[in-house]
Design a protein around this ligand. Structure first.
Ligand SMILES: Nc1ncnc2c1ncn2[C@@H]1O[C@H](COP(=O)(O)OP(=O)(O)OP(=O)(O)O)[C@@H](O)[C@H]1O
Ligand SMILES: [Mg+2]
Length: 363
């Protein structure tokens, strides 16, 4: 297992700067997810690591070795591309066996390994089909099997599950996590689906549309403590309030133009956190308790009117309009149906949450 390090990477296409002094370290032997909006440069980063593109400036390291100018076949990196890039004239078995044949394994070893791998990706019923006879999802699984069987030091995965239906995608995600923890290969997984990234990653990075890394960290750290409004909105759903802040010790009080202030716990005062500043407060919909009753023990309480109720099966979403016309989204787990408080359209409700469950963000 090897770490990957991109140092001051610059990359332009036809005069348009895509990556400008990008610095990124991907830890060895970890499942690393890279997410960001379409066109931000995710595939470009993978192509630079694999050697299909050359940077205009900067260096790339695999472990301690600089690989910036190394040919593709000397990098010990395998890639599963967005468009699979399979050998159309070979059948499923031969596509997967290809890398092993090149490395000179015996027929028996190849057969064993390939059949085992095809079982893992649930393709054992399609071993001798030609690529043209496969569905999109099956082709994706052949591409995965073909890359993983070579046991590369680094596996780059560019949206490898997009063609799969949701159930199969979930199963393949679990298989991938399992494979990664067995192989200890460094996985770099690119997606624009934040749920996928939160599920698979030991660590994840979020890129913005300018090709910059906004935040890097563990999934729960990023979800619970986003550092910017971009991250808060890109990873999951959130409520953003705009207001003016003042500080008292580790608590920020934000005025929204409502009768009461919003309180946010601030573990450390950053330099931009000064009294009188316009800020955003981010609060996740599932952190909010909705009730028509008075509930004790919450630092924050706002009154509003229910204007939409959307049933999602495992949860229900309430859209609640405040007196300043701001609409807050609340997700409530559908735990117990019969004793649950009944909340209806038009009801006047209270919204409660703890000051530790919100995040203060710079405007
Ligand atoms: N070979 C190329 N020639 C010219 N422009 C390119 C080339 N490859 C990528 N680009 C441009 O670079 C930018 C980043 O592309 P990239 O494929 O890395 O985005 P991405 O983050 O992978 O997007 P998506 O999520 O849609 O796959 C885009 O604006 C794209 O048009
Ligand atoms: Mg891409």
């Amino acid at each position: 297992m090897k770490s990957i390090k991109l140092v001051n990477i610059k990359k332009s296409f036809n005069g348009e700067i895509i990556l400008d002094n990008l610095n990124l370290t991907i830890p060895a032997g970890k499942f690393f997810a890279l997410i960001g909006p379409s066109g931000c440069g995710k595939t470009t980063i993978l192509r630079l690591i694999a050697g299909f593109e050359q940077p205009d400036g900067g260096k790339i390291f695999l472990g301690d070795e600089e690989i910036t100018n190394l040919p593709i076949n000397e990098r010990h990196v395998n890639t599963v591309f967005q468009n699979y890039a399979l050998f159309p004239h070979l059948n499923v078995f031969d596509n997967v066996a290809y890398g092993l044949r090149i490395r000179g394994f015996s027929r028996d070893v190849i057969e064993n390994k390939v059949l085992k791998m095809l079982r893992t990706v649930h393709l054992d019923a399609h071993i001798y089909k030609s690529i043209a006879q496969l569905s999109g999802g099956q082709k994706q699984r052949v591409a995965l099997a073909r890359a993983i069987i070579n046991e590369p030091e680094v596996l780059l995965l560019d949206e490898p599950l997009t063609a799969l239906d949701p159930k199969l995608r979930e199963r393949m995600l679990i298989e991938l996590i399992d494979l990664q923890s067995k192989l200890k290969t460094t996985f770099v997984y690119v997606t624009h689906d934040h749920f996928e990234a939160l599920t698979v990653a030991d660590q994840m990075a979020i890129m913005n549309s300018d090709g910059e890394i906004e935040q890097i960290g563990k999934p729960e750290q990023i979800y619970e403590f986003p550092v910017s409004t971009f991250v808060a909105k890109f990873v999951g759903t959130t409520n953003l309030f705009k207001g003016v802040v003042s500080f008292a010790d580790n608590v920020a009080e934000v005025s929204l133009g409502l009768s009461n202030l919003i309180k946010v716990y601030v573990p450390e005062r950053k330099s931009w956190m000064v009294d009188g500043k316009e800020v955003f407060v981010s609060i996740r919909p599932e952190k909010i308790l909705i009730s028509k009753k008075e509930v004790e023990g919450f630092a924050n309480k706002l009154q509003g009117t229910v204007e939409a109720i959307i049933y999602h099966g495992r949860s229900t979403q309430y859209n609640v309009r405040l007196s300043n016309d701001h609409v807050i989204h609340v997700f409530e787990q559908n735990e117990e149906h019969f004793t649950k408080e009944v909340i209806d359209y038009g009801d006047s409700v209270m919204l409660y949450w703890q000051k530790e469950n919100a995040v203060l963000l710079e405007r």
